[in-house]
Design a protein around this ligand. Sequence first.
Ligand code: CP
Length: 306
Amino acid sequence: MRHLINILDLSTQEIDELVSVACDIIENPAKYAEACRGKKLATLFFEPSTRTRLSFEAAMYELGGNVLTVSSADSSSAMKGESVADTAKTVSCYADIIAMRHPKEGAPYVASINASVPVINAGDGGHNHPTQTLADLLTIYREKGRFSDMTVGLCGDLKFGRTVHSLIGAMARYPNVRFVLISPEELKLPSYVKKEILKARGIEYKQTTDLLEFMPELDILYMTRVQRERFFNEEDYLRLKDSYILEPKKLATAKPDLSIMHPLPRVNEISVAIDSDPRACYFKQVKNGKYMRMALILKLLKEAQG
Ligand code: CP
């Protein structure tokens, strides 16, 4: 059974195919309107979400399928102590495919080895968020027309930022991609990501605490939120939460074709004054997420049918 737990579960060729299907869905939505007729997606969200859950559900409806949902931990038997493994076995009796978000790293993997249907990781704690990366990749493709030959700046909470970990994993496989890691000391990229991805592949990267230091070099600036829910200590969160606020004046040295990205939700880290800048791509990412999730659901259901 094929699942998507980590973005590296997909080869670059498969990413290209998903991008191609997503672009075809954008051009020819009617062609896909009955593609999942009679199929059910279960969205099991044990952590809050707006974009990921609703885009998965919109994706399944636009493919002609139906949706079963658990939209919070306290509305399921997880509250009574049911294990992730038992939940996965149970939901496999009702649904053809599962998208799971969970605060514990590895929970969707545990679900995948117990489910009898495909499981998609819709975000596990501070670990990975592969379908956000699919949304990001389609956005990069539509903005730049390539995944290679670029400098990607990642700014904010790189320690707990699961979208950042997945995006680095995906982009590190393309030629001539460099990273600039911009964060406070306390929120630096985990050493396992540096060791297993950047150092293992010999990828060039720079680390800085200064948002402006490498701004002129960036082709992509990927801003992230400092995530209150990942901190044990409220004082630390309050001290770090406004470390970076992107405002129009800070783009003075940026490239004219910089792509400004953010997985959203944002709090203060991108001023709303940036929204009207043609380089702002974050609401395009939201839209692209639905198309890539449609392509992914089609792929995993097709492979499950054999
Ligand atoms: N980007 C993202 O995962 O957003 P949600 O938390 O709203 O799903």
